[in-house]
Design a protein around this ligand. Structure first.
Ligand SMILES: [Zn+2]
Length: 192
């Protein structure tokens, strides 16, 4: 197991806990709720791990058969290891603080300015909206729910704002990274 990003600042502490850890090969630090480390398992570094084996240098930014710019691919096709790192970084209290996010009570019992994962931190009714979704799908669902609520406030009001959801940042950042090199307006035109 390798440890990275531990101890940016000796007096600050943070917690990382997320479902995507299982999906992406990051082991969550679950034995204490004020962790100070991002922990990456060996799986994160495996060449066979689809979610983390690539980076932007793995393929060319063109629409050749082996290029990144495949307009009809789904989000997972575009995933790179940096997406996982970015996602996890947004959970860090100190990162949220530096982004000027106000600390709020995390359901696990501590105050944090870091993000949560919307699919695991709400009540049963809220979490049911994101059941079995990947983090990027849940981020889109969250946006869709807010759009529907904003249009008509008799619709379901989500518990969390996208500003508190890790993949609302990470997925958006990944998509944004492809727009200019692939000369696209959106990478998933049929998605919400
Ligand atoms: Zn997470």
């Amino acid at each position: 197991m390798r440890w990275i990003l531990s101890g940016w600042h000796e007096r600050e502490a943070w917690s990382i806990s997320c479902k995507s850890a299982l999906l992406r090969g990051i082991k969550c630090h679950t034995d204490v709720n004020v962790a100070f480390k991002m922990v990456l398992c060996d799986r994160f570094f495996r060449n066979s791990e689809l979610r983390t084996k690539n980076d932007f240098q793995t393929k060319k930014f063109d629409d050749s058969r082996n290029g990144w710019c495949q307009p009809n691919e789904k989000f997972p096709f575009f995933e790179i290891a940096g997406l996982t790192i970015f996602h996890e970084m947004t959970h860090l209290h100190t990162v949220g603080q530096r982004a000027k996010l106000e600390a709020f009570p995390d359901p696990d019992g501590y105050d944090t300015s870091g993000t949560i994962d919307v699919y695991e931190k709400g009540g049963d009714d809220d979490r049911a909206k994101y059941e079995d979704m990947d983090p990027w799908e849940a981020a889109r669902k969250l946006k869709q729910l807010w759009d529907e609520y904003d249009a008509d406030n008799s619709n379901y009001k989500p518990l969390w704002s996208p500003i508190h959801n890790a993949d609302s940042y990470a997925a958006a950042a990944l998509e944004f990274s492809y727009l200019e090199p692939c000369k696209w307006d959106v990478i998933l035109p049929d998605s919400v």
